[in-house]
Design a protein around this ligand. Sequence first.
Ligand code: M6P
Ligand code: ZN
Length: 182
Amino acid sequence: MVQQTAILNPATGVLTGDIVESTCLLGSMEGLFEDEETRKAMPAETVLYKVQVHAPDADAEGGLFFGTSFINPGLVGEEYFMTKGHYHNKRDTAEYYWCVSGQGLLLLMDEAGVATWQEMTPGVLCYIPRRSAHRLVNTGDGVLTIGACWPSDAGHDYGSIKEKGFGIRVKKVDGKPKVMKS
Ligand code: M6P
Ligand code: ZN
């Protein structure tokens, strides 16, 4: 029997206890934003987002991971800060994302490269279907906090996104978020 000890603050999404934390810096986002020149000119240590994960039973078939992503507000040129985005290595696995606080968009893309999006405002629960790439974009002025739950053996495929892109980008145009083809 696996004994687990993580605590979730439901108001803030913050996890404590038996968790793993990681930070994604702008320096690790080569080629993902449209304006690569501007990205390179910004400090590489700029924190785009942090992730906390409660990961019991790592890699076990049939297990579940539970996490929270905290995406900072900001822009690279006109494009809002966003997550790397990924398909699951094990394509036939789904995921739940829900918005704890902040304002943003969840971008989804199927394997044919057809992309859609869903607005993320507090309380919105989004089911990410199997075989769909997913990326979060913070379109607000504060931190976008998103809870997540996914199969522990899903894995992350970042390579396909890096190679082929995400089909759509979200930019600040006239002070407002605008989704455009990329
Ligand atoms: C969520 C989950 C994690 C993911 C994280 C950051 O917490 O989907 O699996 O790692 O968001 O997203 P990404 O890996 O795309 O940077
Ligand atoms: Zn995922």
